[in-house]
Design a protein around this ligand. Structure first.
Ligand code: AKG
Length: 260
């Protein structure tokens, strides 16, 4: 099966070996640490985020639009290689990064205070700023080796064909509870595939693919950047000044990584 066929049938594709040069990954990791300390070498802070400098480091660190704050992160985000792989999977002739999330999953367990899991969800649920039918997907780039014990992203194969599912919740860390809350269609078969990969590897997933992730039981933090992507077949709706699509005309934050 070709990459495009695998992406189309499963709703995701994993490139487990590094597709980005180590120096690019290392610079992005340094950028990640700087942003976490509140140091911004591009002169601007990231977007308002669930995690801010000074917050506890034993809980999931999620920082929005870190590429605005860090040269190392921006340099990774705009890599044409990511665009090529996204285009190969989706058949797109143009790909733009429209939002980025920095995610550091610390070593540790999920408790009321230390929230480390990501509950089962579909990204599309959070992206109401895009017109129905918009072609939206994510490149999840590993900045550390992500083994099975690091709490890798887990995909539910074929779930992108189940339509919009009620009950998903990124922020609800009890994975069994979020799974039971999902209103799956009759006959839906649940399976999970962990996105195990080396630093510099990446996965691509459709905005309707159900995914989540569990605890990091390894001895090192799990580091990643989630690049939310769109093709020409996408259009924002609503008030552009307020919503998640508000930076798409600014290539210093939202670079086009494939096509002119
Ligand atoms: O990194 C994770 O575990 C979850 C990330 C995620 O939900 C996404 O990239 O869409």
């Amino acid at each position: 099966m070709s990459h495009a066929e695998r992406y189309r049938s499963g709703g995701f594709l994993i490139h487990p070996a590094a597709v980005l040069p180590p120096d690019v990954v290392d610079a992005a990791v340094r950028g990640m640490e700087a942003v976490r300390r509140g140091e911004y070498d591009r002169g601007q802070p990231p977007e308002r985020s669930p995690w801010n400098p000074g917050d506890p480091t034993d809980t999931l660190c999620k920082i929005e639009q870190p590429q605005r704050a860090s040269r190392g992160i921006f340099d990774l985000v705009r890599r044409r290689r990511i665009g090529e792989l996204a285009a190969e999977a989706t058949g797109a002739d143009w790909v733009q990064v429209w939002w980025v999330q920095l995610l550091i999953k610390p070593v540790g367990v999920e408790t009321e205070r230390t929230r480390v899991n990501v509950g089962w969800h579909q990204d599309r649920h959070y992206w109401g700023c895009w017109e129905e039918g918009s072609e939206l997907f994510t490149a999840w780039v590993a900045l550390s080796d992500v083994a099975e014990d690091c709490g890798p992203l887990r995909f539910v194969p074929g779930s992108h064909r189940w339509g919009a599912i009620e009950g998903g919740d990124f922020f609800r860390g009890d994975l069994d509870a979020t799974r039971s809350a999902l209103s799956l269609p009759r006959g839906a078969e649940w399976a999970e595939e962990p996105a195990v990969m080396s630093a510099g590897g990446l996965s691509l997933h459709d905005s309707y693919t159900i995914h989540g992730s569990g605890e990091n039981r390894s001895d090192r933090p799990r580091r990643s950047l989630a690049l939310h992507l769109r093709t020409r077949n996408s259009r924002p709706v609503g008030d552009l000044r307020r919503d998640l699509a508000r930076y798409i005309d600014d290539e210093s934050m939202c670079p086009v990584i494939h096509g002119a």
